[in-house]
Every structure is written in C-alpha cells, then in structure tokens.
Design a protein around this ligand. Structure first.
Ligand SMILES: [Zn+2]
Length: 215
C-alpha cells in the first residue's frame, strides 16, 4: 500500500470479462444485485461508486425499445447510475471500428476511449467523445461530486496509513508492559485501533470500485 491515495476515477486499460452467470431471469431488474457485484458497485460509464448514495439501475447497452430479444440478456446489461442510464436512454449508435458509439466496457478497454483529468472525462477517440457528450460526463455537479469523493477517499486513506503504522508500536508496548492494568488499557486501545482500520478498509474497498483490491 503506497502513500498516494487511489481514486475510483480511472478507466480500465483492459476490457471487462464477465465473472458471474446469474439467472436466467425474465425481468432485467432481477439482475441488479449481480450487476452491482459484476461491475464493482460503480457506474460502468462515469465510474461513480454506489456507496456514496444516488440511484443505480440496470442499463441496457442495446436499448430495450430496439432490441427486445436482449431485454433480459445478462451480456447486454450493465450497472449504471441514474444520470448515465437516463441520458443514454433509447439512443443507439451501431458500434463500428473507429466509429462514434457509446463505449462498451465488455468490448472495449474504456481507457482507450476516455481518461480523467482533474476529475473531467476526456475523450481519446470518436467513441469516447460521443460517450462523454451523450452522457454529459462533465456536467458541473458530476465533476464536483467526483472531487468530493476523492477528498473522502484521501482522508480515509491517510488515516488508514497512519493507523497501520501505529499498530506495531502498540503491540510492542503491550508485550513490554508488566503492569496488568496498563496492559489492559493498551489492549483496549489496540482493539479500538483494529476497529478503526476495519471500518476504513470497508469504506475504501467499496469506494474504490474496480480498484478496491489496492486497500
Ligand atoms: Zn454514471
């Protein structure tokens, strides 16, 4: 674990390979829990983690109005925030190589089409540009929200690094302590410290989406 805090706002450099095989269900909304897990509790388009609130939905990559057969097909379903899902809506652009279409995280490495700079999504391709524009990835509220998320993460991360550094010192003090009462106080302090660590690890794992393993 390095000292620079990680951010969920980093597009993957590899395409997503689905890990789960839920269902089959006849209603697409029954896939929501599996989709949340599949896509690390974050919107596939804007990467916002769901742990900070907001409504998350089942997104039909090929819109259900035009592709009725794919309505409950897991491979056509993504996890998306309400803003991205709503803005995409019924819009459809046939994916062509080097064309303008909505980026598909299971077919494209998102990072080849989009990247974040100062919490703003920047396009690297025609598909990235169309995605950024259609989903309005840089509306001021979203940018502000990303900044706040990163601040919360940075604070939890710094605190966690400090707690982990302190732990061996407390253990050493417990082992060296001869007085039973003082020893018990130190042990209580260690329990509290471990509880703090656990809380922050849980928050960071959820908040970092795809990069939760870095905690
Ligand atoms: Zn989104």
């Amino acid at each position: 674990m390095g000292s620079a805090s990680p951010s969920p706002f980093r597009y993957s450099t590899v395409r997503h390979v689905r890990r789960l095989k839920p269902g089959p269900f006849s209603k697409s909304r029954d896939y929501i829990d599996a989709l949340a897990e599949e896509f690390y509790h974050s919107c596939v388009y804007c990467l916002m983690p769901d742990v900070f609130g907001g409504t998350f939905e089942v997104e039909h990559y090929r819109p259900e109005s035009k592709f009725k057969d794919l309505r409950s097909e897991y491979s056509n379903l993504f996890y998306a925030c309400r803003a991205c899902n709503g803005r995409k809506g019924k819009k459809w652009f046939e994916p062509e190589p080097d064309g303008a279409y909505i980026v598909n995280p299971c077919q494209d490495a998102m990072g080849e089409h989009l990247w974040f700079e100062a919490k703003r999504a920047k396009p690297r391709s025609k598909a990235g540009k169309l995605t950024e524009e259609t989903l309005r990835l840089n509306d001021p509220n979203s940018v502000k929200f990303r900044e706040n998320v990163d601040l919360v993460i940075a604070e939890a991360w710094t605190k966690l690094v400090g707690l982990r550094k302190r732990r061996p010192k407390v253990v050493k003090a417990i082992n060296a302590e001869k007085d039973a009462v003082r020893k018990r106080h130190l042990e209580t302090a260690l329990e509290a410290l471990d509880g703090d660590v656990e809380k922050r690890v849980a928050l960071l794992r959820q908040a970092l989406g795809r990069q939760g393993h870095k905690v």
